[in-house]
Design a protein around this ligand. Structure first.
Ligand SMILES: NC(=O)c1ccc[n+]([C@@H]2O[C@H](COP(=O)([O-])OP(=O)(O)OC[C@H]3O[C@@H](n4cnc5c(N)ncnc54)[C@H](OP(=O)(O)O)[C@@H]3O)[C@@H](O)[C@H]2O)c1
Length: 359
């Protein structure tokens, strides 16, 4: 290890790609900066941030004391650019980059849905460049690894969808559950971003848990789109209810669906059979672990891992799957770097193999 110029301590390698981050000022953007700074094959060349332009990253975010880069107002050149802007604003910035041929990973929701009418329905705006929706690859490596490798535009999945889709994809793909699914998710407050709001005010959120978006959350169409692809196109009925809980990071999803008669046999081994389906599905995955006991969000804190615990409620013949992730890592910045690693042919876990922090 030795000093690499202005960026502080970092191992130098022969091959480093140049990386830019749009909107370092939010939680997803600053988490990207932290992870890219530790990446062996990537050099952080520029970052943008509307209200922070002209200041240094390490001054605005003192935990990144080694990153001396000044924050710019406009994007520069790079081999790959991450956009961590809110939806709509992101598409406006991403479009010219894609037209310039720069490989781009968008952390917003702007390129996740294949159907532009669905986008308008859920996000309330007309899509700026619907022609890019088919070209964009949904960046969940466990489902789309081959397409991500050659993608020019990757739509990084939402945090809730990452936990829900990984919890349900094996059961849907193997046809062991009926098409009526419930996803009950809990998120830490960083999932709502850094902007101030009454809903996330400490004195209103602390020591309190609430369900929200009961009429339909924006992440629902994304969950349905991806699970229906796994089901071979047959339609699914999904109820998704998010909850806000008083913790900083983490998402825990508990998913329920009735088993299809005859696919999983009666007896003590129903849970074991389901577990086998999940273990087979995720056997080669670097960041999904099928675990033996119901996990806690704390077991993924600060890491790119997703823990999945499938079991069966014998009395109701219902599949119950609990999954958890760190919303800012596997649910945002870490997954984006996993996608970058695939796009540039780096080992998939480069810069991401640190274990969760506990307690
Ligand atoms: N938080 C998560 O867990 C998570 C997970 C997955 C995906 N995402 C996605 O990642 C993106 C960023 O989310 P976040 O949670 O990091 O948000 P955030 O912490 O709330 O950051 C958003 C910041 O972006 C800046 N901003 C807002 N509108 C802008 C515009 N039109 N142009 C330039 N800057 C603008 C604002 O900063 P200034 O006012 O200081 O300029 C705002 O504070 C969103 O699309 C979100 O859906 C977030």
């Amino acid at each position: 290890m030795h000093l690499s110029g202005e960026s502080g301590y970092k191992k130098k390698t022969m091959r480093q790609i140049k990386v830019g981050i749009i909107n370092v000022s939010g939680y997803a953007g600053v988490e990207l900066a932290r992870l890219i700074h530790q990446h062996e094959y990537a050099e952080l060349c520029w970052v943008t941030g509307r209200s922070m332009a002209g200041r240094k990253v390490g001054d605005m975010f003192p935990h990144l004391f080694d990153i001396k880069l000044a924050i710019d107002a406009e994007p520069g050149d790079a081999d790959v650019v991450f956009s961590a802007l809110p939806h709509k604003a992101s598409a406006e910035v991403v479009l010219p980059l894609v037209r310039r041929g720069i490989r781009t990973i968008d952390i917003s929701a702007d390129f996740r849905l294949k159907n532009s009418e669905e986008y308008t329905k859920w996000y309330g705006v007309t899509h700026l460049c619907p022609e890019l929706l088919q070209e964009a690859v949904y960046g969940l490596p466990e489902l789309h690894r081959a397409q991500i490798k050659s993608a020019h535009l990757v739509a990084n999945p939402g945090c809730y969808p990452t936990s829900a889709i990984l919890a349900l994809a094996p059961a849907v793909k193997e046809g062991i559950i009926q098409p009526d699914i419930i996803v009950d998710s809990k998120s830490g407050v960083s999932g709502a971003g850094r902007s101030l709001s009454v809903a996330t005010h400490y004195s209103e959120e602390n020591e309190s848990v609430s369900a929200y978006a009961l009429a339909g959350h924006r992440h629902l169409p994304e969950i349905v789109q991806e699970l229906e692809t796994q089901s071979g196109g047959s339609s699914l009925s999904v109820t998704f209810i998010p909850h806000l809980v008083p913790m900083t990071r983490g998402i825990l999803s508990t998913c329920y669906a009735s088993l299809v008669d005859g696919r999983v046999k009666d007896g003590k081994t129903m849970a074991e059979q389901v577990r086998q389906v999940y273990s087979d599905f995720y056997r080669e995955e670097p960041f999904v672990r099928v675990v033996d006991a119901s996990p806690k969000t704390k077991y993924t804190w600060g890491s790119n891992f997703c823990l999945v615990y499938p079991t069966v409620d014998d009395r109701t013949r219902r599949l119950v799957v609990v999954s958890c992730i760190d919303n800012l890592v596997k649910g945002a910045a870490g997954q984006a770097i996993q996608n970058m690693n695939l796009m540039f042919g780096f080992p998939e876990d480069t810069g991401l193999n640190s274990l969760p922090i506990f307690p």
